[in-house]
Structure formats: C-alpha cells, structure tokens
Write a protein that binds this ligand. Structure first.
Ligand SMILES: C[S@@+](CC[C@H](N)C(=O)[O-])C[C@H]1O[C@@H](n2cnc3c(N)ncnc32)[C@H](O)[C@@H]1O
Length: 211
C-alpha cells in the first residue's frame, strides 16, 4: 500500500489508539458485518491483514473463543506493539502479532479459516493471495462522529491527510484546508460533527457467506 510510510511512527500508533473508543462506536455495526461475512465461529483460525492496533482483532478473538486464534499482521511494529499490549490487558492469549507487508505475505499454507481486513488494504489480490478464493470487499456506510469540526481536523484521519498535504506549498495547503472546512461545515451541529462516511472492509473465507 503506497501510504505505508505514513503509519510507521510510534506517535501515529499512539494517536490511532487514542481514537479507539470513537472507532468502537462508529464502526461497531460494520465491523460485526465483516466478522459475520467472514463466517467466524468457535475454533476458527483467522488472519487479520493491516490490523493496526487491533480493535477488530479483539472482537474476532472473542468470536472464535479459546480454541481459535487470530494472527494480527501489519507493516507497522508500533501499531502491533499496541495491539499486543491491549490483547494482553484483555487476557486474550489467542492473539499473536507479526510484522508483515500485506503485499508480500509470508504465511504457511492452509493455516487460516478466514481472513479479515478493516479500513485498510482493500486489495482483493492480497486477500486472495492469503489463500482464500471466496473474497468480498465492500464499502459500508456509517456515520462518523467527532465533538466538532476542529476535533476532526486534529484527528488521525486529518493527520494522515496532513502527510499528503505536507507535499503542497503553504498557500495551497491553506486553500485546501479552507475547502475541507467549508465542505464539512454542513455536517456540524449541536451534536458536533456527524458526517456520512464509508468503511472499507474485506473478508475472505473458505465458504462464501454474504451479509
Ligand atoms: C486505517 S489503519 C486500519 C487499522 C485497522 N485495520 C483498523 O481498522 O483499525 C491502516 C493500517 O494499515 C497498515 N498498513 C499500511 N500499509 C501496509 C502494508 N503494506 N502492509 C500491511 N499493513 C499496512 C498501517 O500500518 C495501519 O495500521
């Protein structure tokens, strides 16, 4: 994924983790649909590609139970360090982490019953290369909630954009930021910023289950 460099810092990983509660709420329904579509059940062994700090890995681990396992992979060791720490805090010994580029998967054959990928690398090729013929990728609608437009502009999502914007000259950056503010202001109200968005999901399973 071309944006991998944007993620590889401990600061970005900490920042991403600070946003975990908002993700849990905003992404709850879509994440459940992803886990259902992957057909996860007790005892399943699951590969999570670009797992980040692992909030969906934890939900997957609860679903597969003590007889199953989750291998959370990501290109960023910092993101996975947090995922491992949180899994330990939650007492989930079935989650392991491994630094791995999704575009150069290095896995044993037939080790997994399903693969999941939330909000990251929606590349059907990578999921198929992980050994799954039945691959679905979807963009599911959800509402993105922030305390305010300013809070959004301080958020991780915005920091990522800043990485791209940093390549522009200052006047162009200011102009673009003004356009972003103007476009998003329509979604700001007494409940803060509530903006329509799409969550990119990918699943691969050995039996196709469309949800
Ligand atoms: C938007 S975050 C999503 C994290 C997690 N799936 C979630 O839903 O919270 C994108 C993740 O993709 C990872 N990533 C970027 N490029 C990657 C690559 N080439 N291979 C594996 N992971 C990558 C980043 O390090 C980051 O953790």
């Amino acid at each position: 994924m071309p944006q991998s460099g944007l993620w590889s810092s401990s600061e970005m990983a900490e920042h991403w983790q600070q946003d975990v509660e908002r993700r849990r709420q905003d992404f709850a329904e879509a994440t459940q649909r992803m886990l259902e579509s992957a057909g996860l059940g007790p005892g399943d062994h699951v590969l999570d590609i670009a797992a980040g700090t692992g909030d969906q890995s934890i939900l997957a681990a609860r679903r597969v139970g003590p007889g199953g396992s989750i291998l959370a992979t990501d290109i960023s060791a910092d993101m996975l360090g947090i995922a491992a720490r949180v899994a330990q805090q939650e007492g989930l010994t079935t989650i392991t982490t491994r630094v791995m580029d999704a575009q150069q998967l290095d896995l044993e054959d037939n080790a997994f019953d399903a693969v999941i990928c939330r909000l990251a690398l929606i590349f059907e090729r990578e999921l198929t290369e992980a050994g799954f013929d039945e691959v679905i990728t979807r963009a599911l609608p959800f509402e993105s909630h922030y305390a305010s437009l300013d809070a959004f502009l301080q958020s991780t999502a915005s920091r990522l954009t800043a990485g791209v914007m940093g390549q522009l000259r200052k006047p162009e950056q200011q102009h673009l930021l003004g356009e972003v503010r103007q476009a998003l202001s329509q979604f700001e109200g007494s409940h803060g910023l509530v903006a329509p968005a799409e969550l990119l999901l990918g699943v691969g399973s050995k039996e196709m289950r469309l949800c």
